[in-house]
Design a protein around this ligand. Structure first.
Ligand SMILES: Cc1cc2nc3c(=O)[nH]c(=O)nc-3n(C[C@H](O)[C@H](O)[C@H](O)COP(=O)(O)OP(=O)(O)OC[C@H]3O[C@@H](n4cnc5c(N)ncnc54)[C@H](O)[C@@H]3O)c2cc1C
Length: 451
């Protein structure tokens, strides 16, 4: 372990670490069915979860995927699973103010998402290193610590989060670092291997006979009310047309020109991750003593955890808000990582990768209908449990199996008057947030020095 020759390990790969265990591969394309009751666009967690629940209700669907199944965010993420702590957190890092009733409703919906993923992994016997070890959210400033403390009661009441504050003096019980001003432990949170969870969902769909059409990009979706209801939608793809009674859009951070109205309502923001080389055992064991996932309260968020074998640190964050080469993102993340753990100065980067998440203008995940199309979109950076849940809820809605509308199916997916679907401003916004984070931190340090 030495970075004297540079931060990259000689076997460095600009690919997700998770793909060492399972990687998305384009198979021989199957014949595309010309008809299905439901056409689902996007084969991530949301699309597969929709298809799986539809199949369980006896409804046939086809999942149309532009690339290889799993090539979107669903095999690239950090694998941190939360049940509410991030709901309503915008890409500015701020938690949006909502009335207490609405907050309670949303938190309880997010808690349900956690219950669902836990039950699904058990029911489908998915071998994905699922561990309910909780999360630690580090406070970037003393003011952020106070804000976390103010949210704690609501999380415990509505989402049974098992949240408690950890003052700075006891922070080393959670992280081998004095970097934060204390933080909040959320017991009801977990972690998994995202690609193996994805593989498990894919296999569950296949067991139910779902058709997943890889390398089949949807170009256009047209509705013809003159046709019978079971074929009213014509979905035009690069491999021919599919007629369907219902269409579900599950394209999240990759939402594009096939659904222009939805594209204008989600901001695709890149998130980047590095995985270290294998660390010496003692060092690896000491970094995160309770095996939790970690994140912090910066505007430009970082999140991290140990790999399932406990030997590597998987460290992610918005090194840039756009998709940049690993040569740009990896050194930034390595710097962020060593700021928290100076003892990792000599740990080399073995993998670096990125993927897109989708932010919405009200910072909430959404399901609903837009011009007749069903959608589940807007993970706001936290979608392992949530997008699985929204897919499940969408399927139940189509099958008329939902007893009540989901908390995320109330409001219309909002747009922003000046946003037309081209996020040209993101690099500037990212730079501005980084600066604001630095200013907040300097003030906190000055006050501390003056105290
Ligand atoms: C680096 C990174 C780290 C993350 N970390 C976490 C984390 O620790 N915890 C957490 O909860 N969440 C995390 N997330 C978010 C999480 O990964 C996503 O919320 C989730 O995977 C979204 O699933 P999805 O099914 O909605 O979309 P995706 O998995 O992105 O799938 C969308 C699919 O739609 C396809 N598609 C798009 N357009 C078309 C078209 N026209 N025709 C056909 N197919 C199309 C794409 O090819 C893609 O495969 C992270 C995301 C990233 C990128």
């Amino acid at each position: 372990m030495s970075t004297r020759g540079g931060i990259y390990h000689p076997d460095f790969k600009p690919l997700p670490y998770w793909w060492e265990a399972w990687k998305p591969e384009a198979e021989e394309p199957q014949p595309l069915p010309r008809r299905a009751r439901v056409a689902i666009i996007g084969a991530g967690y949301a699309g597969l979860s929709t298809a799986l629940e539809l199949a369980r209700a006896g409804i046939d669907s086809v999942v149309l995927e532009a690339g290889a199944p799993g090539s979107g965010a669903s095999t690239r993420n950090g694998g941190a699973v939360s049940g509410g702590v991030n709901v309503g957190k915008s890409f500015t890092g701020r938690s949006l103010a909502m009335g207490p009733d609405r907050t309670r409703e949303l938190l309880s919906g997010a808690a349900e998402a956690f219950t669902l993923i836990d039950a699904l992994i058990g029911r489908e016997d998915i071998d994905c290193f699922w561990e309910k070890r909780g999360r630690f959210v580090g406070a970037w400033t003393p003011e952020h610590y106070r804000r976390l403390a103010a949210r704690m009661g609501g999380l415990n009441e509505a989402a049974q989060s098992g949240a408690r504050m950890v003052p700075r003096a006891r922070q080393r019980e959670e992280i081998a670092s004095d970097y934060y001003y204390g933080g909040m432990v959320v017991e009801r949170a977990g972690k998994l291997h995202p690609a193996l969870y994805y593989r498990g969902l894919l296999e569950a769909c296949r067991r139910q006979g779902v058709t997943i059409a890889a390398m089949t990009a949807v170009r256009r979706i047209a509705h013809d009310a003159a046709l019978s209801a079971d074929r009213a939608w014509r979905v035009q793809t690069t491999r021919g047309d599919v007629e369907a009674a219902e269409v579900v859009v599950a394209t999240n951070g990759y939402t594009g020109d096939a659904t222009p109205a939805l594209k204008r309502k989600v901001l695709p923001i890149a998130s980047h991750i590095i995985a270290t080389e294998e660390l010496p055992e003692d060092l690896a064991r000491a970094l995160i003593p309770n095996g939790r996932t970690l994140s912090d309260t910066r505007r430009v968020l970082t999140y991290y955890r140990m790999s399932p074998d406990g030997r590597r640190l998987i460290f992610g964050g918005r090194a840039r808000f756009t998709n940049v080469d690993a040569a740009v993102s990896a050194p930034i993340l390595h710097r962020f990582m060593t700021a928290r753990f100076p003892e990792l100065r000599d740990a080399r980067v073995a993998h670096a990768w990125a993927g897109n998440v989708a932010f919405t203008f009200d910072a909430l995940p959404h399901m609903g209908r837009e011009a007749g199309l069903h959608y589940c979109l807007g993970c706001n950076g936290s979608g392992v449990a949530m997008m699985t849940y929204l897919g499940w809820q969408t399927a139940r809605k189509i099958a008329n199996g939902a007893n009540r509308a989901s908390a995320f199916d109330r409001d219309e997916l909002p747009g922003f008057p000046l946003y037309r679907g081209n996020p040209w401003f993101l690099p500037a916004v990212g730079g501005w947030f980084r600066l604001r984070d630095e200013i907040d931190r300097r003030f906190a340090r000055m006050r501390e020095g003056g105290a």
